[in-house]
Design a protein around this ligand. Structure first.
Ligand SMILES: Cc1ncc(C[n+]2csc(CCOP(=O)(O)OP(=O)(O)O)c2C)c(N)n1
Ligand SMILES: [Mg+2]
Length: 177
């Protein structure tokens, strides 16, 4: 989040990922999807097709597996302003911490097969930052491997209708970031 530009749109997935982005980096440029796993990439695609600004989707590994067809749709549409990052702890980290099965497949390999222009797996923060800085102007995918664990007490985005309207007004240029 420290590396993205001030104009980038952030779409954050269900569970602790949304909650951490909300607590630590809230902005009118952020959209949170706390309730429904799997859909941030589809939402991000729709937004990317409707703006020239960069859209950064922060997905979870289990969430991506729940909507895997999204890779094909996004690869087909080829939005050059979309960066799809998966925070991959190979688990349903926000809930039971059960393994998700994403460890049995290369997510970046799947994205490459689906025609993402750039597709990387990263194992440390510097590589993730470099990927965010360098994947500009082309459809990108980053499988960011992380360890399971971390804080579980991030506050929840609760005023979801208000947050949605705030985001939509900002997209229309009615509110500056
Ligand atoms: C469709 C759906 N099923 C189940 C849940 C409950 N749930 C919320 S977060 C989560 C785990 C998400 O795992 P992942 O996407 O890998 O992200 P992580 O929590 O590991 O960061 C689950 C099962 C939900 N919100 N939506
Ligand atoms: Mg996970």
């Amino acid at each position: 989040m420290d590396t993205v530009s001030d104009d980038d749109i952030i779409i954050a997935t269900t569970g602790l990922i949304s909650r951490e982005v909300f607590e630590r980096f809230d902005s009118v440029r952020n959209f949170y999807n706390p309730g429904a796993m799997g859909l941030v990439s589809s939402i991000g695609l729709g937004i990317a097709l409707s703006t020239n600004r960069r859209v950064i989707v922060i997905d979870g590994d289990s969430s991506l597996l729940m909507n895997l067809g999204t890779l094909v749709t996004i690869g087909y549409q080829q939005p050059g302003n979309l960066l799809h990052i998966v925070i991959n702890n190979e688990s349903f980290g926000s809930c039971s911490e059960e393994r998700s099965m994403s460890g049995s497949v290369s997510l970046s390999g799947l994205a490459a097969q689906a025609n993402y222009a750039s597709s990387l797996t990263v194992f440390d923060e510097i590589s993730l930052k470099n990927a965010i800085l360098e994947t500009v102007g082309k459809l990108g995918f980053v499988d960011a491997k992380i360890e399971l664990g971390g804080r579980r007490d991030f506050k929840r985005p609760l005023d979801l209708v208000e947050l949605k309207h705030r985001f939509m007004h900002q997209l229309k240029g009615e509110v500056s970031s």
